[in-house]
Design a protein around this ligand. Structure first.
Ligand code: S3P
Length: 180
């Protein structure tokens, strides 16, 4: 009998981390299908539980409340095997979440330049409460500043992939997916 299966990195969670607009949800969905894993988007799970959008949560309950909720939801999902979890852009940088994810699974940072991130964010700017009421130049400045601040945290990920160069098969180069 194999009792080590719970800690086998082939089955432990994969977490996608990175800035808004890096493609975590887009690629997460596709890669979960490729790997036969269940896909979880932490923001979507929070929105379902609260019956409010992330933007509404930020304005009605505030960012600190949202960060607590993220940490709770993150810890509540990882008791299942074969998950691929897409994390909100700020999640790794609050409540020791990066250490938690690194100790329970494999983290992958989708790294991208500020201009690439801005281009993607502009497709759906209203979904990003942190960028509310900013013009393009202000958004770019915010992204550059926040990315510099968050990079030391993101770079603690087990693997770093270039988000500007991803395909449906990019996930296969990550060692814990070798059996798929
Ligand atoms: C945030 C990113 C968002 C969402 C919230 C806060 C951030 O997720 O969690 O708006 O702090 O960077 P995405 O990275 O999926 O846009």
């Amino acid at each position: 009998m194999d009792i080590s299966i719970q800690n086998d990195s082939t089955h432990s969670p994969i977490f996608l981390v990175g800035f808004m607009g890096s493609g975590k949800t887009h690629w997460g969905r596709q890669w979960a299908a490729v790997l036969h894993r269940k896909f979880i988007d932490v923001d979507e799970l929070i929105e379902t539980q609260e019956q409010l959008s992330v933007t509404e949560i930020f304005s009605s309950k505030g960012e600190a409340w949202f960060r607590e909720k993220e940490a709770l939801v993150l810890r509540s999902v990882i008791d299942k095997n074969d998950l691929l979890v897409s994390c909100g852009g700020g999640l790794p940088c609050f409540h020791d979440n990066m250490n938690f994810m690194n100790s329970t699974g494999t983290t992958i940072y989708l790294q991208a330049s500020p201009r690439f991130l801005l281009h993607n964010i502009l497709k759906e700017p209203q979904a990003r409460p942190l960028l509310k009421n900013m013009n393009e130049a202000e958004m770019l400045f915010f992204i550059e500043t926040k990315l510099n601040e968050r990079n030391p945290c993101y770079k603690q990920a087990t693997f770093i992939l270039n988000a500007e160069d991803l395909t449906g098969d990019s996930i296969k180069i990550i060692p814990c997916t070798k059996d798929y």
